[in-house]
Design a binder for this molecule. Structure first.
Ligand code: ARG
Length: 463
């Protein structure tokens, strides 16, 4: 705790803030996570001040050293925070001023916490997005590795959750991988819009100090300066969009858990979660519950909540900085933390899940799954699809009424139906292999898709 607990804006004030008002306004507990970026951006700002002739080279060096020291102390937990430190920005500036006296007091010229906090948060989000993208990429790789193992594994695909047509397990797994590649693409597009510095925008209207903010952004790893100062300090699009990208990714993770939960349901018995990703019951000794997938599902709701929270904070605000904007950070931090918690667990669960190809294959004995193939064979023989659909439906109705399946039909009955080789369509291998068009479930199509995702990931890692 420092000695002086006057806030850095206290000049105009006679009375210090009431303790409860101070407690309400203090964001240090959460925004301390911005410290490394606050230091980085402050160093870039010190360069801008030097370029404008407001600091000598020597002063710039001393400020840079002091800022770096403060950064190290905050990171290793030795920094002495003061009661007066409202937020990370005040703490860093005070830390520098405690070290350098008058020189430290020069740092805040031409800037405001309003432009500083936006720039810090943009950098924080960009770094978090890089970590989340790396995990997402790992999940995609895990899924395509599994898909590679199951290019030939046949299973019923569903609509409305009911078995519909034979597909390959590889095709199913890739459906999840494709969705995640779009999340990576979205994140990349978001990053291009986010790499903008607000530094130099000041409180709202830049400054009279003739700073040249153009050099600053490159120094702290951003592409360029803001276009207009009021927009720069008000704009939280990047934070909302970060949460939107996170929420869509979370939806995909939830979708993947729904898939795992269904396949590993013992009533179906098509797959088994590894014990390392299951949990026992405190009462029922026999249980192995899929807590991992359930928690991923619930956490994804939480990320959707973070997106909704930020939108609710922003929606009523007029243009310009309002203290409400301080509430932009926690939803962003929470969504990123949640994703960094959830993704590794899901990667592990997918990596270790064991599929029972035999059990899935047995489910393909239901001849109804080949009804579309039969109707389409009539189409290939020149029957209009609607007629083919009706005729096949009637055939199914008749066999069901006779308590028979399509497999019980004799060659004569097939001939009478107009499809002498009808029986040959009741074959999952044939059915899946016949769906060989691009993007289809056949083993060859799935191999092509795996190669396409591989290329996509390789291109991403080059950029
Ligand atoms: N802690 C503040 C925030 O996160 C920093 C900006 C404070 N600006 C101000 N005008 N009070 O928004």
């Amino acid at each position: 705790m420092g000695e002086d607990d006057t806030p850095l804006w206290s000049g105009r004030f006679d009375t210090p803030p009431a303790p409860e008002a101070r407690a309400l306004g203090r964001s240090l507990a959460f925004d301390v996570r911005l410290a490394p970026f606050d230091v980085e951006v402050s160093i870039a700002h010190a360069h801008t001040l030097r370029d404008a002739g407001l600091l000598s080279d020597e002063e710039l060096r001393a400020l840079t050293d002091a800022l770096e020291e403060v950064g190290v102390e905050i990171a290793d937990g030795t920094f002495a925070f003061s009661d007066a430190d409202e937020d990370v920005h005040s703490a860093v500036e005070r830390g520098v001023t405690d070290r350098l006296g008058e020189l430290g007091a020069k740092l805040h010229a031409g800037r405001s916490r309003n432009d500083l906090v936006v720039t810090d948060l943009r950098l924080w989000c960009l770094a978090a997005a890089r970590r989340i993208d790396a995990l997402t990429t790992l999940l995609v790789r895990t899924l395509i590795d599994k898909a590679r193992d199951h290019v030939e594994t046949l299973m019923p695909g569903t609509t409305h959750g009911r078995n519909a047509q034979p597909v390959t397990l590889g095709h199913h797994l890739l459906a999840h991988a494709w969705a995640l590649t779009r999340d990576l693409e979205r994140s990349g597009q978001w990053a291009v819009r986010t790499r903008v510095s607000a530094l130099g925008a000041g409180a709202l209207a830049t400054s009279t100090l003739a700073l040249a903010p153009r050099a600053g952004p490159e120094r702290h790893g951003l592409d360029g300066p803001f276009a207009a100062s009021i927009d720069a300090i008000s704009d939280r699009d990047f934070a909302q969009e970060f949460l939107a990208v996170a929420a869509i990714l979370a939806t995909h993770l939830s979708l993947l858990t729904a898939y795992l939960a269904r396949l590993t349901d013992p009533a179906l018995g098509w797959a088994e979660l590894d014990e390392a990703y299951a949990t026992g019951s405190s009462m029922m000794p026999q249980k192995r519950n899929p807590d991992t997938t359930e928690l991923v599902r619930a956490k994804s709701a939480r990320i959707a909540g973070d997106f909704a929270t930020l939108g609710s904070v922003l929606r009523p605000l007029p243009l310009g900085y309002h203290r409400d904007l301080q509430e932009d950070k926690e939803p962003v931090f929470d969504a990123a933390d949640t994703l960094e918690l959830v993704l590794p667990a899901l990667i592990g669960a997918v990596e270790t899940v064991r599929f029972d190809a035999e059990a899935m294959r047995r489910a393909l004995d239901d001849h109804g799954l080949y009804a579309t193939d039969i109707a389409e064979s009539l189409v290939a023989a020149g029957v209009p699809f609607r007629d083919a659909h009706r005729r096949t439906g009637e055939l199914l109705k008749r066999t069901a009424a006779e308590k028979r399946s399509l497999g019980d039909l004799t060659d004569d009955e097939w001939a009478a139906f107009g499809l002498p080789n009808g029986r040959s369509f009741l074959d999952p291998d044939r059915s899946v292999r016949a769906r060989a068009m691009q993007g289809g479930p056949s083993p060859d199509s799935v191999r092509d898709q795996i190669a396409a995702i591989d290329r996509l990931l390789a291109d991403r890692s080059r950029t």
